[in-house]
Design a protein around this ligand. Structure first.
Ligand SMILES: CC(C)(COP(=O)(O)OP(=O)(O)OC[C@H]1O[C@@H](n2cnc3c(N)ncnc32)[C@H](O)[C@@H]1OP(=O)(O)O)[C@@H](O)C(=O)NCCC(=O)NCCS
Length: 202
């Protein structure tokens, strides 16, 4: 079953994030930072977030994004900067370079594509034991339905180009196409995918 994320789901969404994105930058910022991040998405009017519940009724997958992605991270961080700063203290002490990446999100808000009618899918994860069962596809479909309902026409997302064949195959299977490739300041090659909404990808 797919439903909107509620405040009571945030800790489980964080748990799913940590187990499906092991070794990724956001995960390295720790559960407190992630909880603020996902709470910020669900409380923002432009935020979009759904969970996939397993048979026990526990969230086992999630998708999150925004129907106004330009400057979204910057607005989120600025709005609760003190809480984010407190949550980042330990991760920054462990690895000081993470502060540069957080600062880039705040001071270079144009990093997300902007434009009318554009939505961004920022994060999707399914517990490893449920991957391949159709949960990810249902989550993307719920996300696209909501985006369409809000009047957006196009959706973008980014994912790693290298060592990421399964995820790239997943997005292509769902109708997304690569429109741009770029290299992050950390040297990661990224694919930027887009999909134009139509009746057929409902
Ligand atoms: C990416 C992810 C969300 C996909 O969710 P999922 O539940 O495993 O995917 P689904 O079972 O819904 O697959 C949907 C379709 O993609 C296809 N697909 C999925 N993995 C694939 C692979 N490795 N190779 C080819 N096709 C694949 C499936 O065959 C399926 O097609 P079908 O509907 O014709 O059967 C999930 O694997 C995940 O959480 N990965 C780790 C976190 C991550 O990297 N997230 C994305 C970051 S941008």
């Amino acid at each position: 079953m797919i439903r909107k994320v509620e405040t009571r789901d945030v800790n489980q969404v964080v748990a799913v994030h940590l187990s499906s994105f092991s070794g990724f930058f956001l995960s390295s910022l720790g559960p407190k930072f992630l909880a603020l991040f996902y709470s910020g998405i669900i409380s923002a009017p432009e935020g979009i977030a759904f969970v996939y519940q397993n048979e026990q009724g526990t969230p086992a997958g999630f998708v999150a994004g925004s129907s106004n992605p330009g400057g979204f991270y910057s607005r989120l961080l600025k709005q609760s900067w003190f809480k984010f700063a407190m949550a980042a203290v330990m991760p920054v002490l462990r690895k000081p370079s993470v502060i540069l990446r957080v600062a880039r999100a705040v001071f270079h808000p144009a990093a997300n594509p902007v434009g009318r009618d554009v939505a961004g899918l920022f994060s999707i994860g399914v517990l490893p034991e449920l991957q391949g069962s159709g949960a990810g596809k249902k989550l993307v479909q719920a996300f696209l339905d909501e985006v369409r309902r809000r009047g957006c026409k196009r959706v973008f997302l980014t994912t790693d180009c290298d060592h990421n064949d399964a995820v790239n195959a997943f997005y292509k299977k769902l109708g997304f196409s690569i429109e741009r490739q770029f290299v992050t300041p950390e040297g990661r090659r990224m694919n930027e995918y887009w999909i134009t909404l139509s009746e057929k990808n409902t």
